[in-house]
Design a protein around this ligand. Structure first.
Ligand SMILES: Nc1ncnc2c1ncn2[C@@H]1O[C@H](COP(=O)(O)OP(=O)(O)OP(=O)(O)O)[C@@H](O)[C@H]1O
Length: 290
């Protein structure tokens, strides 16, 4: 029997046009295996509504055509069900797709879906919301907020914002409880990594695994500004674990208390949250095509 598959397409992600994408589905998706439909998201949050409706209507596979934010909206509905999630990477960073080894070209990614190769990955929870690739507080959440306000997407905008904000941002004090053990830290940012990377092969936690049932809590301590380019370089070289400024602790249940309410980013999209942050992991809870 053919599987029903819905492509949820974010028209603005990655700053790339996708209006000819449905034609590519017609051309490259294996029609003997799938009955397909395409739908475009019209606003932030629409992906979740479309995904929930599709699941109610018996769709078997939901494919996010976009970046980590689009994946988050769709996967938040698929997670915990026996349905399948696919990704056509069309974001600015494509962190989760890259970590899963999904080809970045759309035609290759469609052909990969034809193979129906399924893996199970962990997902994270953050004050009741879900994340699948990376969450964070401090500097990287600040960058996500600026990026969300920015009209132009893509890697170059991201880099520009990061370099212009780094000298203005001040580290904060955080109290952490990780699996019952307490830590106090002054930190520039704290990233909670499910996969190893933010996107664009910038790896904050080189050994993070999507299916180990654990999250990697990456605490970036205050550092002299002149070190920043070297820290960025370490991410691309997968050597952040050797930096004196980064501490990585694995955990399943994390509570973070911070000084004031501020943005949190979940898969690159900013949300305002309070001072107490409760983070957890749902092992092997998302069936994903890779
Ligand atoms: N039609 C739309 N207009 C404006 N925003 C939209 C629309 N559809 C979806 N969005 C929002 O666009 C945001 C960015 O999407 P996404 O994260 O997929 O792309 P990206 O940020 O360019 O890539 P990445 O996350 O890989 O860096 C998401 O928050 C999503 O909710």
């Amino acid at each position: 029997m053919k599987r029903k598959i819905l492509f949820v397409i974010n028209p603005i992600s990655g700053g790339k046009t996708k209006y000819n994408f449905p034609e590519k589905i017609d051309k490259y998706l294996d029609k003997s295996k799938f009955d397909s439909e395409c739908v475009f998201t019209e606003y932030h949050g629409h992906g979740s509504l479309l995904a929930a409706e599709a699941l109610r209507n018996g769709v078997d596979i939901l494919v996010a055509v976009g970046g980590d934010g689009t994946i988050n909206e769709v996967a938040s509905e698929v997670e915990g069900t026996n349905k399948l999630m696919g990704i056509i990477p069309f974001g600015s960073g494509n962190g989760l797709a890259r970590s899963l080894g999904i080809p970045i070209g759309d035609v290759q990614a469609i052909k990969r879906i034809n193979k129906l190769h399924i893996s199970k990955i962990d997902s994270g929870t953050f004050n009741g919301r879900k994340f699948f690739n990376m969450a964070g507080i401090g500097f990287d959440a600040q960058i996500s907020s600026r990026f969300a306000e920015n009209v132009k997407r893509g890697l170059s905008s991201y880099v520009k914002i990061a370099f212009s904000e780094v000298s203005n941002y001040h580290s904060q004090h955080y109290s952490l409880t990780i699996d019952g053990k307490e830590y106090e830290h002054q930190a520039f940012m704290i990233s909670i990594a499910n996969s190893s990377q933010y996107g664009n092969n910038a790896h904050i936690s080189p050994f993070a695994s999507l299916n180990d049932g654990m999250l990697d809590i990456c605490i970036l301590k205050p550092f002299p500004l002149y070190i920043f380019p070297a820290l960025v370089l370490r991410m691309f070289r997968k050597t952040t674990h050797k930096s004196n400024y980064l501490e990585i602790i694995q955990g399943r249940k994390i509570i973070i208390t911070r000084e004031s309410s501020a943005a949190v980013h979940l898969d690159g999209d900013p949300f305002n949250m309070g001072t107490i942050l409760s983070i957890g992991v749902n092992p092997h809870s998302l069936n994903i095509l890779n």
